[in-house]
Write a new protein. Structure first.
Length: 140
């Protein structure tokens, strides 16, 4: 496993619910933002994936809420990919306030979809290895 990649996000007022908490669906947006930021930092683009004939898919996402987030809070969203020998990979993420308070943990299972066959490809890490310009970000 590589060191966690991290992006900072500020909770915006329009992302909160009636209690003033960050809306539960926005946690997924933050996690997705961190994943795509990691891909871009490693040299992988959406165009590159499509050119290779694949697209990332989310198969399962679990969020464990630990502490509330309010408008104006700054958080660091981490992202680490864990590879397997099969058709899927895990993405382990945390959302932590800048004071160190863990606000949420996100654990996702993903894969790469063959855009023509509409099936998951074997060993998605192989495709990422082909496209990546900074393999250290993925722990390769």
């Amino acid at each position: 496993m590589s060191e966690p990649y991290s992006v900072r996000v500020t909770v915006r007022g329009y992302e909160t619910d009636v209690q003033g908490h960050l809306n539960q669906a926005v946690y997924i947006n933050y996690a997705e933002h961190a994943r795509w930021s990691l891909l871009r930092a490693a040299g992988i683009t959406q165009a590159g994936l499509i050119g290779r004939g694949v697209g990332p898919v989310a198969l399962e996402t679990t969020i464990r809420y630990k502490r509330e987030l309010l408008a104006g809070d700054e958080v660091d969203v981490t992202c680490v990919f864990e590879w397997s020998e099969g058709k899927t990979f895990r993405v382990i993420q945390s959302i932590t306030k800048t004071d160190g308070t863990l606000a949420a943990e996100v654990d996702a299972v993903g894969g790469l979809l063959d855009l023509k066959a509409r099936r998951l490809i074997d060993r998605p890490s192989d495709v990422f290895k082909e496209l990546v310009s900074d393999p250290d970000l993925f722990g390769f």
